[in-house]
Design a protein around this ligand. Structure first.
Ligand code: FMN
Length: 260
C-alpha cells in the first residue's frame, strides 16, 4: 500500500512537470506566432493606408513582403531636426518601445492628445512610384475614449493632401468609436487637406457630416455616437502634424524637393 502510494506521488509529480513544460512551450511558441501576426497586420495597414492594398484584400505573408518591398521604403528620421538617420535598421526599430524609454524619447508639453513622450526617432515609410516618391506614411497615436489608438496617416507628395488613414490597434467600443475601422469612414479621408495655406495643421473630424473633399477639404464626418473618439482622432492628427510631431520633417521634405 505504502509502495503504491509512493508510486502515485512520483507519477503525479512527473505528470505535472511534463505538462507544465508542455504548456509553457506552447505558450512561448504561440507568443512568437502572435508577435509575427501583429507585425504582418501592421505591414498590411501600412500598405493599405499607402493605397498599395485594397481594404479586406487577403494577402499571404510572401505577397505582403513582396508588395511592401516593391512600393515602400522605411526610413528612420530624427523628429527634432527632421533629418533621416543613417546607420540604423528600420525593420528592427521599435518606435513604440523607444517612446517609453527615457533615453530614446523626450517629454512634450501637455497636449489634447495626451501624448506624454515622443521618441527622438520615428519610423516613416516613403511611398515609391518607380524612382519617384509619391507620398509618405506617418505613424500617429493618441488617446480616444478607452485608450490609445495607434495608426498611420498617409499624405501625397505635396505633403498636404491625405492619401489615407488607418488604425491597427485601439480599445474603442465596436459599433461606436470602433467605427474608426469602418472602410466607409476611412474612404472619406483621401483628398482632404492636412494643412492650411500657412502650413498649420487644419484637418479635423467634425460632429455631424462634412461635405465632399472639394467643398469641405479640412473636415471629415464625425463617428455617430462617438464624439469622444472622433475628437481623439482630431487631437492626434493636430499633434503629429504639429511642431512636436512631423512638421519639421515634412517641411524638410518640401524644401529638399524629395517628394514629387
Ligand atoms: C458602453 C459604452 C461605450 C461607449 N463607447 C464609446 C466609444 O468607443 N467612443 C466614444 O466616443 N463614445 C463612446 N461612448 C459614448 C460616450 O460616452 C459619449 O456619450 C459619446 O462619445 C458622445 O457622442 P455623441 O455626442 O456623438 O453622441 C460609449 C458609451 C457607452 C455607454
Amino acid at each position: 500500500m505504502e509502495h503504491s502510494a509512493r508510486h502515485t506521488v512520483i507519477f503525479t509529480t512527473l505528470l505535472c512537470i511534463v505538462f507544465s513544460v508542455l504548456v509553457s512551450a506552447v505558450a512561448v511558441s504561440l507568443q512568437d506566432r502572435q508577435e509575427e501576426n501583429a507585425r504582418l497586420d501592421k505591414i498590411k495597414n501600412v500598405l493599405s493606408v499607402a493605397g498599395l492594398a485594397e481594404p479586406g484584400e487577403s494577402l499571404s505573408p510572401d505577397e505582403l513582403r513582396e508588395r511592401f518591398e516593391g512600393g515602400l521604403v522605411p526610413q528612420i528620421i530624427d523628429l527634432a531636426s527632421g533629418q533621416p538617420v543613417e546607420g540604423m535598421d528600420p525593420l528592427s526599430y521599435d518606435q513604440r518601445k523607444a517612446a517609453k524609454d527615457p533615453e530614446q524619447s523626450r517629454a512634450v508639453e501637455e497636449n489634447r492628445s495626451k501624448v506624454r513622450r515622443v521618441p527622438e526617432k520615428a519610423l516613416v515609410y516613403l511611398i515609391k512610384d518607380g524612382e519617384e516618391t509619391a507620398g509618405i506614411v506617418l505613424p500617429i497615436e493618441g488617446y480616444g475614449l478607452w485608450g490609445t489608438l495607434y495608426g498611420y496617416l498617409a499624405l501625397d507628395a505635396s505633403t498636404r493632401t491625405v492619401r489615407g488613414i488607418t488604425f491597427y490597434s485601439h480599445k474603442e467600443t465596436p459599433g461606436l468609436g470602433g467605427e474608426v475601422d469602418n472602410p466607409r469612414w476611412k474612404a472619406l479621408w483621401p483628398g482632404r487637406l492636412a494643412f492650411d495655406d500657412k502650413w498649420e495643421p487644419a484637418l479635423r473630424v467634425k460632429k455631424g457630416s462634412a461635405g465632399p473633399p472639394e467643398k469641405d477639404p479640412y473636415q471629415v464626418d464625425g463617428l455617430s455616437g462617438a464624439t469622444l473618439t472622433s475628437n481623439g482622432v482630431t487631437n492626434m492628427i493636430q499633434f503629429w502634424l504639429g511642431r512636436e510631431g512631423f512638421a519639421t520633417y515634412l517641411a524638410e521634405l518640401r524644401k529638399q524637393g524629395d517628394m514629387g
